[in-house]
Ligand binder design. Structure first.
Ligand SMILES: [Zn+2]
Length: 340
């Protein structure tokens, strides 16, 4: 039984080996946490930027920015989105252990620049499609920047080239994938019967118990990521530095040491995204999207009225037909009576 579970975990890790970001579960949790924090006009605004049948729920788009990049998910269109690949992370020189915008994020071509640009575009673009795209990129990148290895070393591509095994699973994973999905998958397996709803409830409670101020300084967040990388993430269970030339072997000790960081980052990501969306909803100028939402409700009302008229026409027609049938049968009865 134990082996089967870890085999499943291995497949889970392997499936997401090539995916940038938290993976489906982490991104989905962050977006849902954020939406649980929306107040005032923010939920209606988000609703106006999503298809009506989603009922304003953004979880389906939490990993959209990853899925468009890969042939598996987007076989005929993935090449068109490769320009966005570099916006999911920022690289720093190996073990430089600091972030310098002018060195690491030239012309805003990195995750910090992308968050800044899409935040602006979400409220300044007049085109509705552009607004929607800005929202879908923003909710994803806000999640990515809370995964510490998205501010990573250039030499090993944010830990993607650092290979090894985790929890005695024989197939290899890599350090980046371990932080994207491996640690969360192990947590789900160990303590939540792989039930993501239960896990979400747990993370939601962690968020509600949080009393600290929300820090929205992305440069400071990047520095915190780098501190974690340089002081903890790259150190194995014997405190030996991991690198691309030696396979790591990690297990329970590494998991126990790092899963609290993963969960704190999910909470922080949800809080920051929720705060940002509330702030943008409050400060944004009136957008065509507002008109779209009114148009949508107007269209829905028109459909309801037309539907009702249709029903009334059918009922009216039915009544006329019944009446004429009744008259006819009365006439026949009279003529039959007169024959006798
Ligand atoms: Zn990503």
């Amino acid at each position: 039984m134990f082996l089967t579970h870890w085999l499943l975990l291995a497949l889970f890790c392997d499936t997401y080996l090539h995916v940038n970001g938290w993976g489906l579960v982490g991104h989905s949790i962050i977006v849902r946490l954020a939406q649980s924090q929306l107040i005032d006009s923010a939920p209606e605004w988000i609703r106006s930027l999503t298809p009506w049948h989603w009922n304003g729920n953004l979880s389906a788009m939490a990993s959209w920015a990853d899925s468009i990049l890969y042939e598996d998910n987007n076989p005929t269109g993935y090449a068109n989105w490769q320009w966005s690949r570099m916006l999911h992370y920022v690289n720093i020189p190996d073990w430089s252990c600091d972030y310098q915008p002018e060195r690491d994020c030239i012309n805003d071509q990195c995750i910090l620049g992308a968050i800044k640009n899409y935040t602006k575009r979400l409220v300044t673009e007049h085109d509705h499609i552009q607004q929607e795209e800005a929202l879908y990129f923003l909710i994803h990148f806000l999640g990515d920047i809370h995964q510490p290895l998205h501010v990573g070393f250039r030499g090993d591509r944010g830990g993607n080239s650092v290979l090894g095994t985790f929890m005695n699973v024989t197939s290899r994973t890599n350090l980046h994938a371990l932080w994207d999905v491996g640690l969360i998958a192990a947590r789900l397996e160990k303590d939540f019967q792989k039930n993501i709803s239960l896990y979400y409830d747990y993370i939601y409670q962690l968020m509600m118990d949080e009393t600290s101020q929300i820090d929205d300084n992305l440069e400071q967040l990047s520095e915190q990521n780098i501190n974690l990388i340089c002081s903890q993430i790259y150190f194995d269970e014997n405190n030996v530095t991991m690198n691309a030339s030696v396979n790591f072997i990690l297990g329970e000790i590494y998991y126990q040491r790092n899963i609290p960081i993963v969960e704190q980052r999910l909470v922080d990501g949800g809080r920051l995204l929720g705060t940002l969306l509330n702030r943008l909803a409050k400060t944004r100028p009136q957008q065509p999207s507002d008109k779209k939402s009114k148009l949508c409700s107007g269209t829905i009302a028109l459909i309801v009225i037309l539907g009702l008229e249709g029903v009334l026409a059918i009922v009216g027609g039915l009544l006329i037909w019944l009446r004429s049938k009744k008259k006819l049968s009365t006439r026949y009865s009279i003529s039959e009576f007169s024959r006798t």
